[in-house]
Design a protein around this ligand. Sequence first.
Ligand SMILES: C[S@@+](CC[C@H](N)C(=O)[O-])C[C@H]1O[C@@H](n2cnc3c(N)ncnc32)[C@H](O)[C@@H]1O
Length: 263
Amino acid sequence: MGYVHGYSAYEAGRLRNSANALSELLHAGVRYPAGALVLEAPCGVSAQTGFLVRNSPGARFICMDISTLSVAAAAQDWPGPAFLAADIYAPPFLPGAFDHVFACFVLEHLNRPAEALGNLLRVLKPGGTLTSIEGDHGSCFFHPETPEALAAWACLPKLQALLGGDSLIGRRLYSVLAGAGLDDVRVEPIRIYCDPSLPHMMKGFVEDTIVGMLRGIESEVIQRGMLDAAVFRKGVEDILAIKTHPEGAFCYTFFRAIGRKPD
Ligand SMILES: C[S@@+](CC[C@H](N)C(=O)[O-])C[C@H]1O[C@@H](n2cnc3c(N)ncnc32)[C@H](O)[C@@H]1O
């Protein structure tokens, strides 16, 4: 199965811009005690790693991703954590090796999320926590809304499904984590809202995150004939125009879930 966003320099920049714009919301309350050993899986190009390290300066981090290129880039940015290339379906660690696991924006890309979680649980200590953060592309609405913008946006969940993922997994996080065997699962919706009074969110979320994701799939959408190229491009421009529209508004919900491995 392919990974919908790919590994271009453009995508690396998008992940970093997006993480910067969302860090206060996504990382609120994510703190690990001094001495704890935390697995970040996957780390990508380390867009979240910096926030993890800064927010929990006494914790130790091991960060993995299936992409050797991403891991190499991440290791250059952050000297503290250990980075390694590894598959989330087969994390190369002893059972119970970690006090906590942090897994951000990955289950939506996997065709066997329950199996991946089972493997992360194997390397988690009894009583340790797993934090999962996922988007939900069905939670998105905006103004002005044009038919082209709706059609362009709809390509993203369709393409992700074609590649074996589920971009609507955010709303299912409770049952996905509980089904994997985690106890005390708590899910928190994290609502992103942008209007003209929040220009930094218009830039960081509408332009860098949403439009960034759409631009990243343009060639795949066109190659696969999912939408006429001109319609797709107009749709993306219409969404970008929300950023400076006097009545522009954009809403999207992420979901953050935390569960505990049974003792
Ligand atoms: C959207 S990125 C998220 C990365 C990081 N958590 C962040 O928020 O910036 C998804 C990452 O999942 C990784 N990935 C996909 N399938 C994987 C697998 N089977 N094992 C490990 N990593 C995987 C990709 O290489 C990519 O870096």
